[in-house]
Design a protein around this ligand. Sequence first.
Ligand code: FAD
Length: 476
Amino acid sequence: MAFDRVIVAERTHALVTALPALEWITDSRVARLSQDFNWFSPVLKRQLEQQRADAVVRPKTEEEIVAVLAACAREQVPITARGSGTGNYGQCVPLHGGVILDLSAYNRLLWVKPGVGRAQAGIRLGEMDRQMREHGQELRCVPSTWRSATLGGLFGGGFGGLGSINYGPLAARGNVLGVRAITVEPEPQTLELRAPEALLLHHVYGCNGIVLELEVGLAPAHPWLESIISFDAFEPALAFADALAAAPGIVKKGITLLARPVPDLLLKAVPVLGGSLQPESHAVLVLVAEFAEDAMLQLVQLHGGGVTLRRTAAEVLKTQRTITEYTWNHTTLHALKADKSLTYTQCAFQSGRHTQQAAQLRTHFGDEVHTHLEWIRNLEGALTCSGLQLIRYASDERLADVQQVYRDHGVSIANPHVFIVEDGKQGRINPDVVAMKQRLDPLGLLNPGKLRGWDVRDQLALRDRPQPELATLPRF
Ligand code: FAD
């Protein structure tokens, strides 16, 4: 469907008037709420920075959500869901104006049982974890943005993160058990989708359905010891990180390797890290259960590292300072602050060859690409690492060349410089994803312009599809 921007704006403003009981935002904040962290990519920044919604609405109840969706359906107004807007690919940037449906006030934890919990989509991950810790449990994998990001946003646009070393990405079987979704129609309907069907809404940027509630698997909550281990050379740092990741008896939540000069970039951006990060060194940031400290230290000694930061869970809680906010794409955030000529890419090394590939590519690119590795289990459960490599940006063409060299070495790239669903992790048009949109968004109003498959839906056989393959590439 083609949207006329002027008509969309007029109709959106009419909706604001027609639904006065709802919390609407129509002032200068709309510009900020129309953006996310796509500026990490010079390509996306150029393409998306001018895009704006016409209004933002922040419903608190299901009735309010229903009222908005029904009105948008009647008036053919585009809707873009938003959690906290921390996505990196312009997922919640509207391309055709209309309404941003900010779900951050729809945020109750609904219930917790041993190993499983259910919450409304707008709950912040940190808040959900806080409430679940009273039950001795925590989320299985959270992004480094856990403090602000929402559960619905992680499902709609994220991958995983801390904890993925044990449980793999969010998409791994058993991590998401079901979702409650709602259709965009003049009379919206709600429906419960169980996995694997529920996963058809995962990482589709809210293009094929609005999620109201999520039921997710939980992990036992441990007091996590946070440590930084510094090394003079890259090889022992890599060997230590991999050995720790593989050590079956050491309970852990995250292992991050920041190769030289990444620690120096962090020191520049966050001077308070002085002492915790050594200049001119390679750093491994580690979260292990407190009782596993001695076993971890044996590996530190074996590989010739030195502990430059040690913080107990109680200290982290008291100070609210955590090394998790220097891992995953937080590393990218700080590095980009320190050196504006940098951008990044995301890649998945092959399990079994991952350390070799990482070392080879580090040598190949020298100072053009800085190595940042995160250890995870992949969808099949195999140990590997993914890279959030920092790249000195020269041009779009050179960026594409660098990513191609990774592919040529057998490393998969999850390109963070594209905003179309199929150009990223999905990798191809998935008729099942499009069929889900047909079911939940028959008028094509959700986040229009980002699901290529919708434009060719007439050429796809959308009925009686076999169960889909889960996507295999990480996007962070
Ligand atoms: P938003 O950005 O608001 O939304 C993400 C997408 O989901 C959008 O397309 C939106 O339309 C859709 N959406 C939101 N709510 C719903 C809903 N209820 N129903 C349907 N669709 C919905 N990601 C990782 O996976 N791992 C990381 O470690 C990680 N680290 C990051 C570090 C930094 C510094 C930054 C800036 C980003 C990072 N990210 C990471 C990306 C992002 O923070 C996470 O994916 C986060 O979970 C997104 O949550 P959000 O609430 O901000 O989602």
